[in-house]
Design a protein around this ligand. Sequence first.
Ligand SMILES: [Ca+2]
Ligand SMILES: [Ca+2]
Ligand SMILES: [Ca+2]
Ligand SMILES: [Ca+2]
Length: 453
Amino acid sequence: MRHAILGLLVAAKVSVAQPPAPLITGIPGEELGHSMVSADFDGDGLIDIAVSAPRHQLEGTYTNSGRVLIVRGGKGDLSERQAQWNARDGNCRFGASLGIGDLNGDRAPDLLVGAPGSDRARGEAFVLRGGKGDGEAAFGGDLRQAEVFLSIKGIQELGGFGSSIAVGDLNGDGLAELIVGESGVSVGTTKNSGRVWVFAGRKAWKSGTASLPGEGELAASLVIVGREGDSLGGRVLAEDVNGDGISDLVCSGITGTHAGVPESGAVFIWMGKKDLLSNSTLVLGKDEADYVVFGKGAGNLGFALASLDFDGDGKKELLISEPKRSVKGVKECGAVHAVSIGRIGPKCDLGAAELAGVVSRFGMAPHEGFGSSIWVGVAGGEPDLDLVIGAASAGRVILLEDPADLLLKESRAVVGPGNARGFGTSAVFAKDEKDGPGHLFVGAPAGVKVFRY
Ligand SMILES: [Ca+2]
Ligand SMILES: [Ca+2]
Ligand SMILES: [Ca+2]
Ligand SMILES: [Ca+2]
């Protein structure tokens, strides 16, 4: 049985006739809806939403300080369920990246927030603890005063530490690692290499604010440096994509050059294993990743990352978007690729004529930006919806009830209203009420709006 919203969308086929009024309208220019994640941050059984506005101007500070809005699940007055995290300083772009994961092992999902513009773009990464009791994530606060569970400050000017952030157990010891991208950094003479930091999991994290290079208590266990132009760490993902039960590390170099074309993008993958963190530094070009996937043309491969069991074999495929991919004369229609690790070679070129282990869906029209965002449902969970893919330049999202639908042309789509520019830059589906099917939330940052269907 399909849920009400899906029934509605089936009937509407391509668009919902009357779009709802925006759930939240932000302040012009603040980019509300830039990033969005969903999890039950306060432990009440209802899914909550965190949505960022990284160019929000905080009262009394410079522009681009950023804010993250929380909408707690439930019924009734939105104002009673809404909270806000205020940034620490101007220009820090708090909320330019968001993530979820349980860092401290209390089984409550923690909210991860990057502020890559902080302190002359040295950047800062925040972990806001989820859960009942001492959980702070769902209730908001002002970082100029509030102590949060953990924050780490970057060290290199313009490095942009916090460009991406994720949590996952990469060495299978049961303790979750913290992974942070620093995509703006040039390491040594390697311009725009970007860098990814991995801080090994521990039974007890020392709460408070720390600075790189992680010393003593917070020494980084693994540092990965990109190739020239990669801007490694624009996105990071820690999910098990080869089915061995250990999370694997996936790092995007969205601007990387391939076959002489800058901005092609490359995605580097390391299989999680017991001794993954024993190398202290890896330098791409000298050291190899276990797998690399290269984009075709200036498509920005790796702009969005996710994982989902696409073919039902019990192993998750890696989903990689390429929103500026052109195909057969359709310029920048975009693409999403489902990659089966184990069926591809160590170097997988998406421009190759014959490709085993890769299933690709392309956007339909020029300049759609298909793949601006990817949201994945929980396997076997409610609602019965597996995948939402944004096409922000066209202002729409598509919804897939079964990952095998990826190739179906007749997917259900939701088209944003005309004043919702950037609709689909972020999207999640969340069961945010006790009864009922859940709702689709879509961010439109150029129109500074968040919609709920
Ligand atoms: Ca909740
Ligand atoms: Ca936690
Ligand atoms: Ca670990
Ligand atoms: Ca694995």
